[in-house]
Write a protein of this length. Structure first.
Length: 447
């Protein structure tokens, strides 16, 4: 029973971190999958294709705003606190979802319907930019040392849980309302569900403790951030490069693999789409295992192995898939194995490259730049290459991204990893030791 409070505290920390990640990914995907059903109601135009493109344009804008959001939210997290950032991010995501759900249609308020939805998505994009940096920073500073990478892996994997829940939500809504019912207003229920999930996450995060690393080392000191960031441009470049193959690979598997193999004549879109749930569950398992291994053998060591393997196998595996030489399921699972092996440890290695005073903005800005430039644009570039008759260049494009990720990993040195009072457990031990010393001194004086 002595360890019960520590276990309860660990569960609370993990729940606070993962709850918001689930809501964020749920919100991001639920917009995309519901767009065909609400486009005509929100965005003006007699042509349904134009309305749908407008809704997807708003989706893309959310990616473009992420680097700006990384700076804004990163500074908030580094100045006001990790818990404060976690609460703010999930609050904005939940509020934005509720605004979209309650926005009157174009027939009711005209162009203002589109304006409201655009601004709601912009604010959500700003908030989501800080979510991952806030979670990584918070867990690095609060998780037990021997399970830090596993906690980070669980937080990373939770985003895919959110995507699965969004897909399940769409299936349930279609079962209840049908396609016509969704177009007639049933789509709003999906965003209401997101808002309710956000409130639950907000309640959980409200009960979580603040990082003692922030309280003791950052809150009252408030050092100048710009000099600290300038001194770590190499580390920022490493994060930017390391995320390129991760974000490209994830969008390739989840958003474009069906089209890619269909264009290649290897399989139909329906066949590949049927594998997506298997891919997602498998990726979650790989991320969790990689986090466990990182705690045992070292995060940077697991990343080194992962990025070398990724650089070597990406091109031949994808070319093998496109030519039919490599079967779809084992080929995709092999690629996901390597991709997941770097995704898990990265969640904790990234924040370690910066001191506490600039940890959130230091990780967030290069991460979001990489996601915006290479993740958000991947389907567009891939489709453009295919339309130009150059679909054979897609594997090479992804392969170059894998090599850039390896370059980024090489830029990281073991000495770059910041070792502050790594966890609140350690901080508490330091305080208890100091208290014992003070009590000893006082006792000696009174004798």
């Amino acid at each position: 029973m002595v360890n019960a409070p520590a276990k309860d505290r660990s569960r609370l920390l993990l729940a606070a971190a993962t709850a918001g990640s689930i809501v964020e990914s749920f919100d991001w995907l639920i917009y995309a999958v519901l767009a065909p059903y609400f486009a005509h109601a929100i965005f003006p135009g007699d042509d349904p294709v134009v309305s749908l493109l407008a809704s997807y344009l708003v989706f893309a804008i959310g990616f473009l705003i992420r680097p700006i959001g990384a700076v804004i939210m990163g500074r908030i997290i580094d100045r006001q606190g990790r818990k404060f950032g976690l609460v703010v991010s999930v609050s904005i995501i939940s509020a934005g979802a509720l605004v979209i759900a309650l926005t009157p249609s174009y027939d009711t308020i005209g162009v203002w319907a589109a304006v409201i939805v655009v601004f709601a998505r912009l604010f959500q994009g700003l908030s989501m930019s800080g979510e991952q940096a806030a979670v990584g920073t918070y867990l690095l500073e609060t998780a037990p040392r021997n399970r830090r990478f596993l906690f980070g892996a669980v937080a990373s994997a939770s985003s895919y849980v959110g995507q699965m829940l969004a897909t399940a939500c769409l299936a349930i809504l279609l079962g209840i309302y049908g396609a016509e019912g969704l177009e007639s207003g049933g789509w709003r229920v999906g965003f209401i569900v997101c808002a309710v999930m956000g409130l639950v996450a907000l309640w959980i995060r409200g009960a979580a403790p603040e990082s003692e690393i922030f309280t003791e080392q950052v809150k009252n000191e408030r050092p100048r951030q710009l000099p600290l960031l300038r001194a770590r441009t190499r580390q920022a470049a490493a994060i930017f490069l390391m995320l390129i193959p991760v974000t490209m690979g994830m969008y390739f598997i989840t958003a474009y693999l069906a089209k890619f193999l269909s264009h290649a004549g290897v399989a139909t879109k329906e066949q590949v789409t049927g594998y997506v749930p298997i891919f997602t569950v498998y990726l979650i398992l790989v991320i969790l295992v990689s986090g466990f291994l990182a705690d045992r053998f070292g995060g940077l060591r697991i990343l080194r192995i992962g990025y070398v393997t990724l650089a070597v196998c990406t091109l031949p595996v994808i070319i093998g898939l496109s030519t039919g030489v490599v079967p779809i399921l084992p080929g995709a699972l092999l690629y996901l194995t390597v991709l997941g092996s770097v995704t898990g440890p990265f969640a904790m290695v990234g924040p370690q490259l910066f001191p506490p005073a600039v940890r959130a903005v230091g990780v967030g800005l290069p991460s979001m730049l990489s996601v915006a430039l290479f993740g958000g644009t991947f389907p567009l570039i891939a489709e453009g290459l295919t339309a130009a008759g150059n679909s054979g260049a897609i594997p090479w494009y992804i392969g170059v991204g894998a090599v850039l990720g390896l370059v980024g990993n090489i830029l990281v040195r073991k000495s770059d990893l910041v070792h502050d009072s790594d966890t609140e457990d350690e901080s508490r031990e330091v305080r208890q030791h100091s208290a014992r010393l003070r009590n000893t001194v006082i006792s000696d004086r009174t004798r």
